[in-house]
Write a protein that binds this ligand. Structure first.
Ligand code: ZN
Length: 452
């Protein structure tokens, strides 16, 4: 049995129920067992540890629905265990990993392999997105029903688009019948051939192949059209352009079952960062313009975009040391994304804390269909997945301190504000910062102890 914890006097936010008030939260036996707004009403059970949470946010465990954990096949970049540890360090209690591994996650046995590895790591929960087509090759349907049966929560060929309209129609039909979300990596490959960064004046100046926004937009338009027939839950991954926001906005206005996610780098970085052939800025889809950033934030403000996702994509330093054209696409983000979301969305005044927490909890839980299992909520009787956030702590992002095995973070060295101070998964405290009273006192600020 794990140690009970009393989180005392924090600002408890549960967007699903509308709760936003000062409260004490008691975690025991793997669950949130009680929440009380009357100070002192909850007496800590024998052996409980008390964490003073005044000035902090106590929220449902954060969920990142789009990460790459690289196992099987590339455990020099990341493993399921290192990725699940990185998730906890960033405040996430659950992640959903993508199937573009080697081999691809396109069989029930591979789904089970990932689940087994995740369980053994005893860190964040890892939910699995299965491939929609065999080998993610876009030619033959993968056994999605069988993968769903062993626990795959979503389907995607992420890393690649399901480019053929014929195949896309079949995939949507299967996803609709299974009531699983299809998550599209929106990229018409015929429009991005040779592209390595956003198409525009910067790519022209650098002499690098351009990757136009329309390559993303035509796929979303086509899929919205196709999905009018199937009515599957359809999700746009890492949305990067103003035009895409427009298409999703219109489809949602027409009550189409479409959602979209935004990633930290598409909220804060532009194509200018590729200057000097900086491979840390090379990502798929590419960094675009200020205009696109504003449109994406506007989309978050008006409810067009309802989910935040890091697209955590680890690569080795050797790979990123190649020239810009041949270095791999992708950047890591789980361990700094919370502060970056705060910077882009809350500090800027775009949205409230409660809305930010919704975008990181109940919204991705609904996307993955895990809300019914109690994820994404902070309520007595539901899972003891809880994140405590210190919104005032100022810190410098240092990739060398990351639990991730990779270091390809374009935000390295940024001064940011706000960080998870405590993370509970199924009631177990996996991350503990300062402010811990009594028996759990730690010697200095921001000390991280594993598996108390
Ligand atoms: Zn992708």
């Amino acid at each position: 049995m794990s140690t009970p914890f009393l989180l005392r006097g924090g600002r408890a936010i549960d967007p699903a129920s509308g709760r936003d008030e000062t409260a004490d939260v008691l975690i025991a036996d793997g669950l949130v067992v009680a929440i009380s707004t009357k100070r002192g009403e909850l007496t800590p059970p024998a052996g409980a540890r008390v964490i003073e949470c005044e000035g902090r946010l106590v929220v449902p465990g954060l969920i990142d629905p789009h990460v790459h954990l690289r196992e099987p096949g590339a455990d020099d970049k990341e493993t399921i265990a290192s990725g699940a540890a990185a998730a906890v360090a960033g405040g996430f209690t659950s992640v959903c990993c993508m199937p573009n591994t080697t081999p691809a996650i396109d069989l029930p046995s591979t789904v089970e392999f990932v689940q087994m590895r995740a369980q053994a790591s005893q860190r964040a929960r890892v939910f699995v997105a299965g491939a929609a087509t065999v080998g993610r090759a876009g030619e033959q349907l993968a056994p999605m029903g069988a993968m769903a049966q062993v626990g795959a929560v979503a389907f995607t060929d992420d890393g690649d688009c399901v480019a053929s309209a014929g195949m896309m129609g079949k995939v949507l039909a299967v996803c609709a019948s299974l009531d699983k979300v299809f998550m599209q990596h929106c990229q018409d490959p015929t429009l991005t051939a040779g592209g390595v960064m956003n198409a525009g004046v910067v790519s022209a100046r650098l002499g690098l192949g351009g990757w136009p926004a329309v390559a993303e937009e035509v796929i979303i338009e086509r899929d919205v059209r196709l999905n009018r027939i199937h009515q599957a839950r359809y999700h746009v991954q890492h949305l990067s352009s103003a035009g895409s926001v427009e298409i999703v906005r219109e489809a949602r206005a027409q009550k189409q079952p479409i959602t979209a996610e935004a990633s930290p780098h598409h909220l804060l970085l532009t194509e200018e960062m590729c200057g000097g052939y900086n491979t840390q800025a090379k990502v798929n889809p590419p960094l675009r313009s200020d205009r696109d950033i504003h449109a994406i934030i506007e989309g978050i403000v008006d409810g067009t975009i309802t989910i935040l996702a890091t697209d955590h994509a680890p690569h080795t330093s050797a790979e990123k040391a190649r020239d810009f054209s041949t270095a791999p696409f992708g950047m890591i983000g789980m361990e700094c994304s919370l502060a970056l979301y705060i910077k882009a969305l809350v500090e800027s005044g775009a949205i409230s804390w409660a809305r930010l927490i919704a975008l990181l909890t109940i919204e991705p839980a609904r996307l993955l269909g895990i809300d019914a299992r109690g994820h994404g909520r902070l309520e007595p009787g539901l899972s003891g997945d809880v994140t405590v956030i210190d919104p005032t702590v100022e810190w410098t992002i240092d990739a060398d301190e990351f639990k991730s095995k990779s270091r390809n973070c374009p935000f390295n060295g940024w001064k940011v504000k706000g960080r998870a101070s405590n993370v509970f998964v199924a009631g177990r405290c996996l991350l503990i910062g300062d402010g811990v009273a009594s028996a759990a006192r730690v010697p200095s600020q921001s000390v991280r102890l594993d598996a108390l």
